[in-house]
Design a protein around this ligand. Structure first.
Ligand code: NAD
Ligand code: MG
Length: 295
């Protein structure tokens, strides 16, 4: 099966209830049940990004892994960012992509650290001989029922990881990005439809939408496009690592499809937004939420 086979999207993937499961952050794809599909056996490339050179954050697992697989199978060489604790997941991605003849360089670190963001871009320029693609997928999520439980440290971690990193990575990348380059951010339907237990996370996702819309205008005269993918509920380690087991077992049930999306269902959106086929697309959002309306 490839992404081009006609199929009923509603019953394509597992539906809740799922086995109850919890992990601690950042979580690992390899420990999820059922295993997420990142397109490993299904994504078929069509040479849409031959010669492209990109950075993908959060590339070890979930949506970032799916984006990395899709971009790589279209011909892009990549540097993959993730947290050091996620080395095992990241090596699976590297082994897969390098086994297919593409370059996939691992560079772990913490994007809430300004210096690492600059080092990541320098590493990409050095390893790939330049940079034209900045795909920012990494994100931090915690759940707190009560605002009184929230700490300054936790709020800082969420905002620095999800928002400050966009500034730092863009600032580092910009001197290297020629006209025709693309930046892709990863928001969430939480950015406009916040859950009551995700105040700081939802705030950052709203901010990512605003950042994308503003930066797209600022960089338009330079010929650099900036767009956002906005996912609904997607089956990734972020969920068991930041929510209780009961919530995870029902995850995605409220979407009109009655199931969460799989990371594999997002890879093509990142490819489209990076590819020159979307030359007049900037400041746009692709919402991927199984029928949940974008508002
Ligand atoms: P995931 O856990 O697979 O990916 C998140 C990744 O972020 C981790 O793998 C990790 O490498 C990276 N990360 C977190 N903190 C970091 C830090 N300080 N430094 C460097 N890397 C860090 O989960 P995912 O769901 O694929 O998340 C990817 C993106 O999708 C996130 O931005 C998330 O907010 C967004 N998103 C997810 C969902 C969902 O339902 N899963 C919905 C909407 C948006
Ligand atoms: Mg991970």
């Amino acid at each position: 099966m490839s992404q081009y086979d006609k199929k009923n999207p509603v019953d394509l993937y597992p539906v809740p209830p799922f086995p109850e499961q919890e992990q601690s952050l950042p979580g690992e794809a390899r420990r999820m049940d059922p295993k997420p599909d990142h397109g490993e056996t299904s994504y078929v490339g069509k040479d849409r990004l031959v010669g492209y050179r990109g950075v993908v954050t959060g590339a070890d697992s979930g949506i970032g892994r799916a984006a990395a697989i899709a971009l790589s199978r279209e011909g892009a060489d990549l540097v993959l960012s993730y947290l050091p604790d996620e080395q095992a997941d990241a090596e699976e991605v590297r082994d897969l992509l390098e086994g297919e003849g593409r370059k996939a360089v691992l560079f772990p670190g913490d994007i809430s650290d300004e210096q690492y963001c600059h080092d990541l871009v320098s590493k990409a320029v050095e390893e790939l001989g330049g940079l034209d693609t900045l795909v920012m997928v990494a994100g931090h999520q915690e759940s707190h029922e009560d605002i009184l439980e929230m700490t300054t440290e936790g709020i800082d971690q969420t905002i620095k990881t999800n928002v400050y990193s966009l500034f730092w990575l863009t600032q580092a990348a910009l001197p290297h990005l020629e006209p025709g380059s693309a930046i892709v951010t990863t928001g969430s339907i939480q950015g406009t439809q916040p859950s009551p237990d995700k105040l700081d996370y939802a705030l950052t996702k709203g901010a990512i939408g605003v950042f994308t819309a503003g930066l797209a205008q600022q960089l338009a005269p330079k010929g650099i496009r900036v767009n956002q993918v906005s996912p609904g509920p997607i089956w990734t380690p972020l969920q068991p690592a930041s929510q209780d087991a009961e919530t995870v077992s029902e995850f995605g049930m409220q979407a009109p499809y009655g199931r969460p999306g799989q990371p594999a269902e997002l890879g093509a959106a990142y490819v489209h937004l990076v590819s020159p086929e979307s030359s007049y697309t900037s400041g746009a959002t692709i919402t991927i939420a199984g029928g949940t309306p974008a508002v």
